[in-house]
Design a protein around this ligand. Structure first.
Ligand code: CA2
Length: 143
């Protein structure tokens, strides 16, 4: 099974600031966790991070016919992006949305997810472990 993990703006800054909200783990720790999960679960996991909405849309479009599942943390675009929502709907690849923090316990604007409307499942507030849970969810339901 081939899974594409997509991270949106500022996720590459993890661990550098705001450890109270996002934890002390770095983006490099996240990449290591994904590599470990791929090995342990016998999966192919590719990761992509961008700070640009159009680049995220391009990557989702390119996944068509190449990946069996998408794990996506669209970061701030979660709460604004109809373009990413439409791209996820267009490719129809099962997608799981991940949020490191518990967005439901934060500002009201973070409690709205456009992108989640195209996802089969959402995991919030489990830190980096949420990415592993999302991968396992896709393996269990679509692998
Ligand atoms: O909890 C999440 O995973 C978020 O998707 C993270 C986004 C935020 O905009 C969403 O509302 C929830 C932020 C990405 C990381 O931003 C940083 C900000 C400062 C320092 C390090 C990372």
């Amino acid at each position: 099974m081939k899974i594409l993990v997509i991270n949106g703006p500022n996720i590459n800054m993890l661990g550098i600031r705001e450890p109270g909200i996002y934890g002390k783990n770095t983006f490099a720790d996240l990449l290591a966790l994904l590599e470990r999960t791929a090995m342990e679960e016998n999966l192919t996991i590719e990761q992509f991070q961008s700070n640009h909405e159009g680049a995220l849309v391009d990557k989702i479009q390119e996944a068509l016919g190449r990946f069996d599942g998408i794990v996506i943390n669209p970061a701030a675009y979660t709460h604004t992006s109809v373009a990413i929502l439409d791209a996820l709907k267009a490719v129809s690849i099962p997608a799981v949305e991940v949020h490191i923090s518990d967005v439901d316990a934060r500002e009201p604007f973070r409690q709205i997810s456009y992108t989640g409307l195209a996802c089969v499942h959402t995991i919030k507030g489990h830190g980096l472990d949420g990415y592993r849970e999302a991968v396992l969810y896709l393996k269990e339901h679509f692998g």
